[in-house]
Design a protein around this ligand. Sequence first.
Ligand code: COA
Length: 335
Amino acid sequence: MPTHGSRGVAVLAGLGGWLPPRVVDNDELSQRLDTSDEWIRTRTGIRRRHVVTADVSTVDMAVEAGGRALRSAGSQDVDALVLATATPDQVCPASAPQVASRLGLGGIAAFDVNAVCSGFVYALATAAGLIAAGAAQRVLLVGADAFTTLLNPDDRSTVPIFGDGAGAVVLRAGEQDELGAIGPFDLHSDGDLADLLIVPAGGAKQKKSANPDDHYFTMQGPAVFRHATARMAESSRTVMERAGWTVGDVDRFVGHQANIRILQATAKQLGLPADSLVVNIERTGNTSAASIPLAMVDGVKDGTLQAGDRVLVSAFGAGLTWGATALRWPAVTPG
Ligand code: COA
């Protein structure tokens, strides 16, 4: 990685997203699982989700979203690529170098960050750190997950919730007082609660399990719900305090799209009005590391996110991991 002399604050300069073409709506799921459109809609806010097919991988989605973010930024010029993902194409190596090569960025620094559904916020902090250290001037950050590949197709407690996709941003070195300047940050984890959301087998500790269920993602839904709400609210409060904002200063809340009821409960705990929420979960489901940039793309397109808005960003995921950050929304057109 070249070492650049100048340091700066990370400023959002490009935005893009991509969803795989195959759409699965709640009615289709109801035909093969003991569930209903009504149950899924009222318990989660989800109506449909996009899912990968055999010809679409995490790298493919990341390339599509990354290319759009570069177009949105108006330049191919980046010197690092950070890929937030929990579903790399291979267990080893990381997928980011393949994304960089496919985008014609070969040679730049490229690595994965795995904080599962908090991955985008963690990777934002990582990318901002590269810029602050003077190690990069412009960073492409992609959040991409093919999370449905981890699910037991017969498990009604997980299948309705997740979808696949990729979202990306370009960050450039800039100044603290510019629109789009990212930070402060607040990041946390609690590995004691790893079992709440886990794929038990397939990793280095247990390559293969005699129990096929161990190779699928399992989730303790109600406990996760409580932690997600409390942690996102807590972290958001810390970031507001560090930014010198009061609740009344916040125009928009872009939270990880896990469940509309989690987003509403978090807003309520924070004292934010429900209409401050940027929400697209209805058409995407939970896309893990892709969810926040995809919500940003839709928020810009439907006019919910406007240049100058004070935006709180918060995520929660397996690990456990959670965190938050803030920015004043820049004038950016998704690519
Ligand atoms: N269709 C119909 N019924 C279902 C169902 C489905 N897809 N999934 C579960 N149920 C049933 C349960 O078996 C249970 O039945 P019972 O009362 O007879 O035992 C009932 O619905 C209520 O289940 P419960 O798990 O208490 O529902 P809930 O209101 O907590 O909603 C989740 C379940 C999973 C939607 C909710 O807990 C949630 O969103 N949790 C967070 C998950 C998450 O965000 N994970 C990713 C974090 S990054």
